[in-house]
Design a binder for this molecule. Structure first.
Ligand code: GLC
Length: 822
């Protein structure tokens, strides 16, 4: 079943049936002022932070799941019938659904009018189309570039032959407190702090806590104010829901002003529409004068809002600003565009997957319909991994974030589990106790830093001196070595890295006496990466050190082979997790993919491990994280995943982040069919025709899909903010299409499925826009026989590795490369 389709030319996903199985959302705005909006116009807005800068209220886990939101009600003043510009919250019978007669029926079987309703989710905006009883509306929601206000611009057209009078009402439930938890939970306080006034045609919400002076304004342009309500309950009426506010039902507002209780932003316009006439009304809401002193708070928001409305409150400004964010996104995505034989791969890489990598970079795990704002801060490992997919697109922003996150590393080499950018104070943070450290956190740094250097060519970055979180400072390169040293200082009895509070898997606690095979492989990988970086930048001693550590690890790695795969770890009592000897948790995905990715074990071992993964964990919806799922304790390991029923999340679910690594692993092993099979296994777009099974957005990766042991097998959950975005993008673009940056040039090393005769990648590399045409007449999986640039054959570096390494000196802006496989 389909609820919509990709419109790649417009860079939009078009929802043609808004009654999607779950809410399908989109993001608006920037890190200054952002928002979430669903296909039902549900969602919320926030200033700088979803946790501590909440602008509009959202009831997480509510019923329905995506209310409140940004609602526009329309009312036919001739007969009192009303609906909303988005299908929800009024929820008229939807045209083209089973309840209605046929796609074009304007009346349902019972003779009631139907609503045609569709939504275009674009990059940074969403547009809602509706037609009900001949009144057409187009409502566009977005936040202009670098601005702290949002537009709700609505065009209303009378498509009938009679004059019509339509009332239009805006409605958002405003947060009483900037802190979302205070707002939602501390009611004995938050219900009594809000004041919301109408002043000269504009709504002004302030709260008397004075903790933040940036207050809210809400205004309307393009029509006269016919009425207003700023008290939520006066607008909705007691015991009503947002589907039928009393003010809309009776056709006029009460002019209420909230003092305490709850505030809302309702301004009514009355539109007299001649046949064929269109009127545009522009609602705007924003934060006024963020830097003002608290004593001025009462006065600052409105003048700031009025100035913004004077400048931006016109149809021309709406068009201009929407064009600007479209262009901004075109530019963000231009650095990597592809044309492959797989249309769904194209839609994802060229638009939605890339967009998602930017959203995870921007919002970490802080704001979605699932992430309420509690995780307001940057989880160390998540942040380091989130950067990987956007280095080629926004190197300057990555550099800034990388600098910051490196200063979240402590002098002894571990990392603060959470870095709070708004208050982070390098050199003065408290050193975590050993028990609180995650064993993997700092070990992601070598991967991201080396990729940053390879992508930008900025070798000097390695010499940049940055403070540690607690005390002392060191060069970036020393930070990387220190990450490895931390693990070496905390090895367990069997020579594996101690698991500590957790490794990548948040739900496995090996502690200070148990050992993690995942972190051991991540450290081994770090050693390889640091050694390669050192060798290429004249750091012979450091290279020798890292290679020496790797050599010492050899026996330990071999001892961790369980017969058909690598163990997951060793508990404090000596029990092996991820071993065939157990009844549950016999095999885990993470150590086995990282055996292959780290390239630190004999290839036969890596292949054996990945074959076992295929045999024992792979399903039609992706690869389970472990099998069989756990129902019982394992002595000596904290398995907090036991809170999840079998097949859910880390307990045998199809954890998509870790699925991404299967693509990388098989790409490295050169098994194109497998890499592609894994890529397709959890590809969101694949579910466009099976949305009722997958349920969530087909244009966005999720944290997990229910695994084979769950009764919900195939249903996906936690869309948007997941490390899946970054790693699967790296997997498909760098290890299937095989274009990746190295220090001396661009490696082109495709690893393709059967039957692919070629593809094209447009790729920015060190400021040069390159077109790479891969020709594969024989349908090979791997291997490059020649490269020409603008028709002239170039000699790639012969470094004995697979694929071609095209020297940076041979490249120039606009160059067209023809890469022939053979
Ligand atoms: C969540 C966390 C991430 C962790 C993963 C596996 O996605 O954000 O840090 O690695 O779960 O437990």
């Amino acid at each position: 079943m389909q609820y919509g389709h990709f419109d790649d030319a417009a860079r939009e996903y078009v929802i043609t049936r808004p009654d999607t199985p779950r809410s399908w959302s989109n993001y608006l705005g920037s890190r200054l002022y952002g928002g979430i909006i669903t296909q039902g116009a549900g969602g919320y807005s926030f200033y700088k932070s979803g946790g501590t800068g909440r602008v509009t209220r959202f009831r997480f886990n509510g019923v329905p799941q995506d209310e409140p939101g940004r609602f526009l009600y329309l009312r036919d003043d001739a007969d009192g019938d009303f609906w909303s510009a988005s299908w929800q919250p009024v929820g008229k019978t939807l045209r083209g659904t089973v309840e209605a007669d046929a796609d074009d029926a304007t009346l349902d079987a019972a003779g009631n009018p139907t609503q045609a309703s569709s939504v275009r989710h674009g990059l940074g905006y969403s547009i809602f189309h509706s037609n009900y009883k001949g009144i057409e509306s187009e409502a566009t929601f977005f936040i202009p570039q670098d601005q702290a206000f949002e537009y709700w611009s609505v065009k209303v057209t009378n498509t009938t032959a009679k004059p019509r009078t339509v009332s239009l009402f805006s409605y958002a439930e405003l947060s009483n407190e900037w802190n979302y938890r205070q707002d939602l939970e501390n009611l004995q306080y938050s219900q009594y702090v809000v004041v919301c006034r109408m002043k000269d045609g504009m709504i002004h919400r302030l709260n008397s806590t004075r903790e933040r002076t940036s207050e809210l304004w809400f205004g309307m342009a393009g029509a006269d104010v016919a009425g207003f309500d700023t008290d939520r309950d006066a607008f909705l009426g007691a015991y009503r829901t947002q589907s039928a506010p009393v003010a809309v039902e009776r056709g006029y507002c009460s002019g209420s002003e909230a003092t305490g209780d709850n505030a809302c932003s309702t301004i009514q316009a009355k539109l007299e529409l001649a046949p064929g006439e269109t009127r545009q009304v522009i609602y705007m809401m924003g934060v006024g004068a963020p830097d003002a002193e608290w004593k001025d708070a009462d006065d600052v928001a409105l003048p700031a809002g009025r100035a913004i409305m004077a400048e931006f409150g016109t149809p021309e400004a709406v068009d201009r600003e929407l064009a600007a964010i479209r262009e901004e996104w075109r530019e963000f995505l231009a650095p990597l565009q592809v044309a492959t034989p797989d249309e769904q791969m194209n839609s994802m890489i060229n638009v939605w997957h890339a967009y998602q990598t930017h959203m995870t970079f921007n919002w970490s795990r802080g704001v979605s319909l699932i992430e309420a704002g509690d995780r307001d801060g940057l989880g160390y490992r998540d942040t380091v991994q989130d950067m990987l997919a956007v280095i080629h697109a926004i190197p300057d922003a990555v550099r800034e974030r990388l600098d910051m996150i490196l200063t979240g590393q402590t002098e002894e080499g571990g990392a603060m589990p959470l870095v709070k950018p708004l208050t982070h104070n390098p050199g003065h943070e408290e050193t975590p106790t050993l028990e609180k450290y995650r064993s993997d956190d700092p070990l992601w740094l070598p991967i991201t830093v080396s990729n940053f250097v390879y992508e930008t060519g900025d070798v000097a970055y390695l010499d940049t001196v940055l403070p540690y979180a607690d005390h002392g400072s060191a060069t970036v390169f020393e930070h990387l070595k220190q990450a490895i040293q931390f693990s070496l200082n905390h090895l367990g009895n069997n020579g594996l890295v101690q698991g500590l509070q957790a490794d990548w898997n948040d739900c496995i606690q090996f502690g200070t006496t148990g050992e993690s095979m995942f972190s051991t492989f991540l450290m081994a990988n770090g050693c390889r990466v640091v050694a390669e970086l050192a060798e290429q930048t004249g750091r012979a001693d450091d290279a020798a050190w890292a290679r020496g550590v790797l050599a010492d690890l050899e026996v330990v790695l071999e001892n961790s082979w369980d017969g058909g795969w690598y163990i997951r770890g060793i508990s404090s009592t000596g029990a092996k997790l991820g071993s065939d000897t157990l009844d549950e948790g016999k095999i885990y995905l993470e150590p086995n993919v990282w055996a292959a990715i780290s390239q630190t074990v004999p290839e036969a071992r890596a292949i054996g491990a990945m074959d076992s993964v295929h045999q024992r964990l792979s399903t039609e919806h992706g690869v389970a994280l472990c099998a069989p799922a756990h129902t019982k304790e394992v002595p000596g390991v904290g398995l907090s995943l036991l809170v999840f029923p079998p097949g859910h999340k880390e307990n045998g679910g199809i954890f998509c982040h870790a699925n991404s690594w299967t693509i990388v692993a098989e790409g490295i092993l050169g098994r194109g069919d497998r890499a592609y099979e894994y890529y397709r296994g959890f590809l969101p777009a694949k579910y466009n025709d099976q949305a009722e099974l997958h349920q969530v957005e087909p244009y966005v990766y999720c944290q997990f899909t229910h695994g084979p042991e769950s009764p919900r097998f195939g249903q996906a959950r936690n869309p948007w903010l997941t490390g899946t975005a970054s790693w699967s993008y790296v997997g498909v673009t760098q290890y299937i299409l095989g274009v990746r940056a190295e220090l001396s040039g661009l490696r082109i090393d495709p690893c393709l499925p059967e039957g692919w005769n070629g593809f094209q990648v447009m790729r920015r590399f060190r400021g040069m826009d390159l077109t790479i045409n891969v020709v594969n007449v024989d349908g090979l999986a791997t291997g490059v026989s020649s490269v020409t640039i603008d028709g002239v054959e170039v000699a790639p570096f012969d470094d004995g590795k697979r694929g071609a390494l095209v020297p940076v000196e041979a490249l120039s802006d606009g160059a067209v490369l023809t890469v022939t496989m053979g």
